[in-house]
Each structure stands twice: as C-alpha cells, then as structure tokens.
Design a protein around this ligand. Structure first.
Ligand SMILES: [Mg+2]
Length: 155
C-alpha cells in the first residue's frame, strides 16, 4: 500500500506541475496547454499505477467472493467493514495524542497511516460490487475532483 500512497503523492505533484505550467504561459492558451500536458501525463501515470493496484485488489475480491459468496448480505457486510476500518483510524489517532489518560500514548503516526490504508483497500474492495471497471471509475473520479479543484484555483 505504500505504492498507493506514493501514487497519490505523484498525482499531487502533477497537479502542481499543471499549475506551474499555467503560470509560465500566461493567458487562456497557457492554461489550456498546461491542462493538456498535465492530463496526458496524469492519465498515463494513473493507468499504469492503478492497473497494478487494482489487479491485486481483484485477487482479494475473488478470494472474498469464494469464501463468503456474492449476495446482498455480503455486499452490505463489505460496506460495514468500511465503517469498522474508519473507526480504527480514529482509535489509532486518539492513541497518538494520548487522549485517554488511563491509556496514554498507544499509537504512532505510522499506525494511523496503516489504518488509513486499510480504509482505502476496504473501499477498493467494496467498489468492485458497484462498477464493472473499478480502476477506470476511480481514475475518472480522481480526475473529476482534480479538475474541480484546479478550476477553482485558476484566476
Ligand atoms: Mg484496520
């Protein structure tokens, strides 16, 4: 999952590159050119990175399907699992600040990062139940969010 976090950081770097390109070439032409270059780089990188990650998740989904079946109850349980994992993020974070005086500091930032990765993986597994192409759906969603944010940031 470290690779997944690194991929997100690289995507953020590409967004920054898009912003820098737009500032180097003033006016609407510069913005359009920067968007085209950034989109091409981002799209190629995302396709490559997510193909690997989603291939691994696909194996996890197949394993779960074989063990637990594929009915509506299993779908609901996979969504419930997501809530469980989010709770573990909160628990780990609380453990980093020693909020419970009886327990003191029980977790590290690395523990929180691990729990966040559990949330991401669990969501990726659940995502397979609602779309035939989870990798493509995810990439499109990330692009949509990036576009929305970048549009707001442009003068
Ligand atoms: Mg967990």
């Amino acid at each position: 999952m470290t690779e997944y976090i690194r991929a997100l950081a690289q995507d953020a770097a590409r967004s920054e590159a898009r912003r820098m390109l737009a500032s180097l070439i003033p006016g609407q032409t510069g913005i359009n050119l920067a968007d085209e270059v950034a989109d091409a780089v981002l799209g190629a990188a995302q396709s490559y990175q997510q193909a690997g990650t989603f291939a691994i998740i696909r194996h996890l989904v197949d394993w779960l399907d074989q063990a637990n079946g594929t009915g509506e109850t299993e779908t609901a349980r996979r969504l419930l699992k997501l809530t469980e994992e989010v709770g573990e993020v909160s628990s780990a974070y609380i453990g980093t600040v020693g909020q419970n005086p009886r327990k003191g500091v029980t977790h590290t930032n690395d523990d929180v990062a691990d729990e966040l990765c559990d949330v991401i993986v669990t969501a990726m597994v659940a995502l397979h139940r609602f779309t035939d192409n989870p990798g493509q759906h995810f990439a499109a969603k990330v692009q949509h969010i990036a576009d929305r944010v970048l549009v707001k940031e442009q003068p």
